[in-house]
Design a protein around this ligand. Structure first.
Ligand SMILES: Cc1cc2nc3c(=O)[nH]c(=O)nc-3n(C[C@H](O)[C@H](O)[C@H](O)COP(=O)(O)O)c2cc1C
Length: 231
């Protein structure tokens, strides 16, 4: 820290309250900004939630880079309250599928309200989750709450949600498909993933190449006019 201590022990200049470093902005010429934003949109507009995976192996390193990118997300008070558990072992994936399907059977048969089931109908989803075994990797994303080795987080859901957005975007632009899966409830994931109680699973993300004949629901995204308000 830049400060001179006077003989009397008093700092000559007020020390900054916290250390800082120079910002390293990503410099984009203003004339290129729209084209870059548009090009990113074109890539992201091709992302779809895939529920039919091939067992084709993942290219080396992509999952690790995606998790590094996810971990660049902003977080409340910079607590970084996330953990990404990567399951590739077939036996773990089998246990995950078995436990998830048990919860999902209950969900579809009893827990889901008629209104919720109606909203899900166009997606054609049901209790069966073969993708949890077929996809070569399943990333289980945990929120990290206060515990013996973890501080109290702030805005945990928001922070983890943003990091998962970055995770999905990175995997997608590397040519991989993902599914954002949220079995409910998720407590069983602590046992399957060997995680302590202060970690709470929030997302289960199978990652892989789509099956050759994969199809996706015919959905429409809202237009800019429907989602943006300019004042
Ligand atoms: C928080 C969240 C939870 C979701 N949970 C499930 C799920 O449990 N099972 C599933 O098949 N899809 C799930 N989805 C995927 C959505 O159904 C999907 O994003 C939506 O239908 C739009 O389709 P698209 O992702 O292809 O644009 C979830 C998505 C989000 C953001």
């Amino acid at each position: 820290m830049d400060q001179t201590i006077e003989p009397g022990g008093t700092p000559a200049t007020a020390a900054p309250a916290h250390p800082t470093v120079p910002h390293r902005p990503l410099t984009v010429p203003a004339g290129e900004a729209e084209a870059r934003a548009r090009a990113f949109h074109e890539v992201m507009d091709r992302r779809r939630t895939v529920r039919d995976f091939s067992d084709r192996p993942l290219p080396e390193g992509v999952v690790e880079w995606a998790i590094r990118t996810a971990a660049t997300a902003p977080s409340g008070a910079h607590v970084q309250p996330w953990r990404f558990v990567v399951l590739t072992d077939p036996e773990r994936k089998r246990r995950l599928r078995e436990a998830a399907e048990a919860e999902e059977r209950e969900f579809y048969a009893r827990r889901a309200s008629p209104e919720w089931l109606e909203a899900l109908a166009p997606l054609g989803t049901d209790w069966s989750k073969p993708f949890l075994e077929t996809a070569p990797a399943v990333i289980v994303v945990f929120e990290v709450h206060k515990g013996p080795d973890s501080p109290r987080p702030y805005y945990t859901k928001e922070s983890v949600g943003i990091s998962v957005g970055l995770l999905l975007a990175t995997l997608h632009q590397a040519g991989l498909a993902t599914l954002t899966h949220t079995p409910s409830p998720m407590r069983f994931l602590n046992e399957v993933c060997d995680r302590p109680p202060e970690e709470r699973a929030a997302y289960v993300v199978p990652v892989g190449y789509p099956a050759e004949d994969a199809r996706v629901p015919d959905l429409r995204r809202k237009s800019l006019e429907q989602v943006m308000v300019r004042l």
